[in-house]
Design a protein around this ligand. Structure first.
Ligand code: TXA
Ligand code: MG
Length: 313
């Protein structure tokens, strides 16, 4: 497809040119594809919000190549250092105090005192970040509240021709957005993801909980309706309703045209990777309703259930 570009040096240089001119492009990460813009530029950030139709109160994650490039923008402490050493680059986002002299556009963090930062692991994203002398604001490359993209063509499914340049990095390895952990004041997970609260708690030597209730601006990521195919979804179903698509997990389900198994072998990692792909497929097949079987609420199942719950709101 015309606006999808392979991971070559010349295309990475093209991407750099777009970003320097404050244009928005799509990039792969190991979690989901994102819309990237220069995080130091108000204009780039405005374009991202407009393209995504994103509510103004919802701040963006700033993506860096490494900790050295972060130091100009955020205050870092011991807890951050421990987690960074263990999990980054990787699918985890840290909420830190923003430095007063940081050049990050205040439109990107909606004027909060904090910024959310992440170090993606995807090799294409890393090559690109390494070439730049500014960090990138990268929200998921979907229209706000819709299903996140896990491959280049999903970005076209979301935006049509509006995104002129999409860097191809293959299918996202993880398929669910990063874990967001707040490190200011009470340490808490704001959005569950591939890195679990147990893994984080083990490194910090304390119990780390997952925020349940939607609070106002401190955890805007927990917007109630999100990741949604725009079709009614019923969770914890034993069977499919009339003419509904049935999303299931594990070997006890029989194959059928309307049955979509996230993982026949009952593997939560595989299920996470298949979730958005399956929701997008069901949406494009024009089903009017979705039933979802019970999915174990442990490990990655917590993140899967979190997304399904929000999709069903
Ligand atoms: O895996 C990911 O994180 C992907 C890829 C593209 O990196 N990005 C992503 O971005 O999921 P987005 O914009 O779809 O979600 C950002 C989340 C939101 O839930 C937002 O509310 C939260 O991060 N967030 C951003 N800044 C924050 C802040 N200062 N305090 C608390 N939450 C923040
Ligand atoms: Mg998103």
């Amino acid at each position: 497809m015309k606006n999808i570009y392979k991971n070559t040096t010349s295309n990475l240089n093209k991407a750099k040119k777009f970003l320097k001119k404050c244009n928005v492009i799509a990039v792969p990460t190991e979690t989901v594809y994102g819309l990237a813009g220069n995080a130091y530029s108000d204009l780039s950030i405005k374009k991202i919000y407009k393209l995504k139709k994103r509510p103004k109160k919802n701040p963006l994650i700033i993506h860096y190549y490494n900790i050295k490039s972060l130091k100009k923008d955020a205050l870092i402490d011991n807890n951050f250092l421990k987690l960074y050493k263990k999990f980054s680059p990787g699918p985890i986002t840290y909420v830190l105090k923003k430095r007063k002299d940081s050049k990050i556009s205040s439109l990107a963090n909606r004027n909060l005192k904090s910024i959310a930062v992440r170090f993606p692991k995807n090799i294409v994203a890393r090559k690109l970040l390494k070439k730049l002398n500014f960090p990138l604001a990268i929200p998921s490359a979907n229209i706000s509240a819709s299903i996140s993209p896990i491959k280049a063509s999903d970005v076209i499914d979301e935006f049509g021709k509006k995104i002129k340049f999409i860097l191809d990095g293959g299918s996202a390895n993880i398929g669910l957005e990063s874990t967001v952990i707040n490190l200011i004041g009470k340490i808490q997970i704001l959005r569950p993801g591939a890195i679990s609260s147990d893994q984080i708690g083990y490194i910090l030597k304390k119990k780390v909980t997952i925020l349940r209730k939607v609070k106002k601006i401190t955890a805007p990521g927990l917007l109630k309706r999100h990741y949604s195919p725009g079709i009614p979804i019923k969770l914890n179903s034993k069977k499919a309703d009339y003419k509904a698509a049935f999303i299931v997990f594990g070997k006890k389900y029989r194959n059928n045209k309307n049955v979509f198994n996230l993982s026949q072998t009952g593997n939560l990692k595989e299920a996470a990777k298949n979730l958005y792909k399956t929701l997008r497929k069901i949406k494009n097949l024009k089903y009017k309703k979705i039933n979802v079987a019970k999915i174990p609420n442990k490990n990655l199942g917590i993140a899967i259930n979190d997304r399904l719950k929000r999709a069903s709101n």
